[in-house]
Write a protein that binds this ligand. Structure first.
Ligand code: ZN
Length: 531
């Protein structure tokens, strides 16, 4: 038995024989831990909480047996005044500590103790925490444990159907996924009626179990459902799929690449590196490469990437969806006044179509600090005007001052619409461009991700992505403030397979929070994969 526990037991024994003495003894001990002279008054609470946590964690880490005097632990923690752990939350705190250390034996022992104290009925929050703790150590669960969890989950579901929310559902699904009845999770999800709010962990629990059981179709259908709702693929899902591939020769690494291709999803560097290492382990060669902007050629293998194609009929579908459902129906102009919106629509009807629509505010922000004041806007506008293009500049009223004497020239040769300070400019830019037609280009750094997700179905999202990429001009600023307007990228910026079986996978590199990212949506890196 550890010394700490011995100490707690000693305190308890003292309490029994001489309660008054114990109080004094405890206070004296505490004064050693948090002496009044050194600790500022305000800090007492934090120090007391840390001491409470330390007592629990130390016991959990050091205990070599699951036979613990939980009463003694609780009273020694609660004997410390001013800490955040109290009578109401102590059970949760102890269980959480056991769970964090993945001490399934202590998790079970403590829950047994709680059930004895509360005559078999712990509250739902503790019940859910217990299930999550078991999920963390699911590989160690015995048949009896699984049976107990299964019964728990079934009754939790049955008894709480009326108040089932995504948190409760997540706990129940995590629990049932630890048991042979894991397929019931699908029934629970369906009957819960929280479809739009199913948590990521709920999906992940089902997917991991489905992959473990090699229920491949079920696994991937759930991956797709998860992706549709959360737009994310957790690393553990991809790692689990690669594990399936190692065990089952009928399963291929390609499935991950196909998923990225079909969803045109650009992953982050950490997932790309996981894919790289797994492919390399299977003897597949991967090379970090770059794609030449002007012709879409891979520097490594010389293959030309697929062309991003947007046909007239594709554009018509996109235009209709945008101008009616998305822009107006879903109210993305919600920061604009109805009068402003109405003025804007009238203005566009009279003045469109444009060759180029410039997002003035975005331009100013995106390149802030890179080039002085609004000289970038001046340069860009003058350059379009000189090419005899019909340009619309969307901006804020303060631009007039910033542009100074150049404003008159721009005003004379281009169209300008000023929005209110509260309005978001990107819906105006998209509206003007969509209204103008398939050939109109836009100049913005905004990735318009929010709008893409409002479009609903995957086909329209894909058309939008391609349209955006093919119609968005870029800027490059060279030393000496030389500004170059870059034509849009014409190759498809998504994972793709060439005719000769070489895959190209784009990904975003890891960036420190707050670091400056380059002002266009093109992926930072590409991987050339020779299958
Ligand atoms: Zn290549």
């Amino acid at each position: 038995m550890c010394s700490l526990l011995r100490k707690h037991l000693h305190w308890n024994l003292l309490k029994l024989v001489c309660p008054r003495h114990t109080i004094i003894y405890t206070q004296r001990l505490l004064s050693v831990v948090t002496p009044d002279i050194i600790v500022p008054r305000k800090m007492k609470g934090r120090f007391a909480s840390e001491e409470q946590k330390r007592i629990i964690t130390e016991l959990v880490i050091k205990s070599s047996s699951s036979i613990i005097d939980w009463d003694a632990l609780k009273s020694s923690v609660l004997s410390i005044n001013r800490g955040y752990i109290n009578e109401k939350n102590i059970n949760g705190c102890i269980l959480e500590a056991c769970s964090q250390q993945k001490r399934l034996d202590l998790v079970k022992s403590f829950m047994k103790y709680v059930k004895q104290c509360s005559h078999g009925k712990p509250n739902i929050a503790l019940e859910l925490l217990y299930i999550r703790s078991c999920y963390k150590s699911r590989s160690e669960l015995t048949d009896n444990d699984q049976y107990e969890i299964q019964t728990n989950c079934q009754s939790l579901f049955k008894n709480n159907l009326h108040l089932l929310n995504s948190v409760l559902l997540e706990g129940i699904v995590m629990g049932i996924c630890c048991t042979p009845l894991w397929r019931d999770s699908l029934k629970f999800i369906k009957e819960s009626k929280v479809e739009d709010n199913i948590s990521l962990n709920t999906f992940v629990s089902v997917i991991l179990r489905a992959f473990e059981e090699e229920e491949i179709d079920l696994g991937w259908t759930t991956v797709q459902n998860m992706f549709n709702l959360h737009r994310i693929i957790p690393l553990e899902i991809v790692a689990a799929w690669f594990n399936v591939c190692e065990k089952n020769v009928n399963c291929s690494h390609r499935r991950v690449l196909e998923f990225l291709r079909d969803n045109e999803y650009i992953i982050r560097e950490n997932l790309a590196e996981l894919i790289r290492s797994k492919l390399n382990q299977s003897g597949i060669k991967t090379t970090t490469t770059m794609i030449y902007h002007n012709n879409g050629k891979c520097k490594n293998c010389n293959q030309v990437l697929e062309h991003a194609e947007v046909t007239n009929s594709d554009f018509k579908i996109l235009q209709e969806r945008f101008l009616s459902d998305v822009m107006i129906g879903k109210n993305i102009f919600n920061n604009s006044s109805p009068q402003e919106l109405s003025d804007f629509k009238d203005f566009i009807e009279i003045t469109a179509p444009y060759d180029v629509v410039v997002d003035g505010l975005n331009l100013a922000y995106a390149y802030r600090g890179k080039i002085g004041d609004h000289s970038l806007t001046k340069f860009v506008m003058k350059s379009f005007i000189e090419k005899k293009l019909k340009v619309l500049l969307i901006g804020r009223k303060h631009l007039v001052k910033m542009l100074g004497k150049e404003f008159d020239f721009i005003k004379k040769n281009a169209h300008i619409f000023f929005t209110n300070d509260l309005s978001k400019d990107d819906p105006f830019v998209l509206y003007a461009a969509m209204y103008s037609g398939i050939d109109t280009k836009i100049l913005t750094r905004d990735l318009m991700r929010g709008h893409k997700y409002l479009l609903g179905d995957a086909i329209i999202k894909s058309i939008f992505q391609k349209w955006l990429q093919k119609h968005r001009l870029g800027l490059r600023i060279r030393p000496g403030n030389e500004v170059i307007i870059k034509e849009p990228i014409t190759y498809l910026q998504a994972t793709q397979e060439s005719a000769n079986g070489i895959w190209h996978m784009p990904y975003q590199e890891f960036k420190e929070p707050g670091s400056w990212s380059k002002p266009d949506s093109s992926p930072d890196k590409w991987m050339c994969i020779q299958m």
